[in-house]
Design a binder for this molecule. Structure first.
Ligand SMILES: *Cc1c(COP(=O)(O)O)cnc(C)c1O
Length: 376
């Protein structure tokens, strides 16, 4: 937690549950990535946290943006982004959204299938397009490879087809999976996608851009390697493959930019010893799976939790949300321990919740209002 967030929680005492984001930390993270990978242009993945103060700060830093819907594009434009700095990076878009983006001046579109390519050709004629390639997501805590990406041989055909359809076959992209903790995943992806890039270029299709996606991890319950470790591996793999003929590089970080800039404060609603024979306590918080903590699905993302009793004796806990849904359990298999002194009414903090939390909150399941947000 940054000192600014700690001060805000102590002084403003906001109602619980809430998300507090330190926008200065967002800027620091952006600059840190820029220093680590100066060769790449940063397209912030808006879905990680689309709040206006974050977009405005990033516009001020001359960031570009990766948007997944026309609504996200509108949010970027409203924050002052130029349409040329926006990529419509979702491979699944309604024709209407493509047309609206094109009309607004957006000129860079992702695809991974023939039908999507034909939609882009029809509703954004002449646009620059890039094909997303399916790559291995091993090492990632939140994989994306089952749903997205074309196989190399399909992509090869589609890139030629793009040219036939009057589009600009601009580049290739991949995503190694979110919260990717193994730099080797980037190296393998660069090897695979780089080979296709070179093949296409040598056979006469002049590609310009390679989009390395997002995936850069932040520390949750476990530490992760530093961003410089990932940048070093990426640049080594790129030099090995491309030598001096380096394409324009794009990265699309979401989690890395906003994740550790945010803290959720929550109130303990109940601590229950459901089996008197067992030391396990069930801790029910006023935020759960439906309050925004969707990435606890499969216990994939394991947030660090702080309490007012830290330092005291601890015992094993299962942690759940406040709703009447049996799926609203955050952690049951992961061996969490919390202080024995923890009781209802205590405030606890879930760290690293700046990304993929605020917009996942339901609109009032069981009557619980969506998380309130404070950008400071
Ligand atoms: C979600 C997403 C990102 C951001 O991924 P992170 O793991 O948060 O960095 C980048 N690009 C695309 C296409 C995405 O869908």
């Amino acid at each position: 937690m940054t000192p600014k967030i700690a001060r805000f929680l102590a002084e403003a005492r906001p109602a619980s549950p809430c998300l507090v984001v330190d926008v200065d930390r967002v800027e620091e993270n952006y600059r840190r990535l820029q220093r680590a990978l100066p060769q790449a242009r940063i397209y912030y993945a808006v879905k990680a946290n689309p709040a206006a103060p974050i977009l405005a700060r990033l516009v001020g830093l001359d960031s570009a943006f990766d948007a997944a819907s026309f609504e996200e594009i509108s949010a970027c434009l409203a924050a002052g982004a130029r349409p040329e700095a926006i990529s419509f990076g979702n491979t699944i878009k309604k024709a209407r959204a493509i047309a609206a983006a094109h009309e607004a001046g957006v000129d860079l579109f992702a695809f991974d299938s023939l039908e999507e390519l034909e939609k882009i050709a029809r509703f954004a004629p002449g646009a620059r397009v890039y094909c997303r390639i399916r790559v291995e997501n091993k090492g990632s805590d939140w994989p994306l490879s089952r749903k997205f990406g074309a196989e190399v041989e399909v992509a090869r055909e589609l890139m030629w087809r793009a040219a036939d359809l009057g589009l600009v076959p601009y580049g290739l992209s991949f995503h190694v999976g979110s919260q990717q903790r193994d730099a080797a995943a980037y190296e393998a992806a660069i090897g695979k996608v780089g080979m296709l890039f070179t093949d296409l270029t040598e056979s006469g299709l002049e590609l310009k851009m390679l989009n390395l996606g997002g995936g850069f991890p932040i520390p949750y319950a476990e530490d992760v390697p530093d961003i410089d470790h990932f940048a070093g591996a990426i640049m080594r793999a790129l030099r090995e493959h491309f030598g001096n003929a380096m394409p324009d590089l794009i990265v699309e970080p979401g989690r890395f930019i906003v994740g550790d800039a945010g803290v959720v404060q929550s109130e303990v609603v109940l601590v229950s010893r459901r089996d008197p024979e067992s030391p396990l306590r069930w801790v029910y918080l006023d935020i759960g799976r439906f309050g925004g903590l969707a990435e606890t699905e499969g216990e994939a993302i394991r947030y660090r939790i702080t309490t007012p009793h830290d330092g005291g004796a601890t015992g094993p806990v299962a942690i759940a949300g406040p709703t009447c849904d049996g799926a609203d359990i955050l952690y049951e298999k992961t061996p969490y321990r919390l202080p024995l002194a923890l009781a209802s009414g205590d405030r606890v903090e879930l760290l690293g919740t700046g990304a993929y939390v605020s917009t996942y909150a339901s609109q009032g399941f069981n009557g619980f209002a969506p998380l309130t947000e404070h950008y400071i």
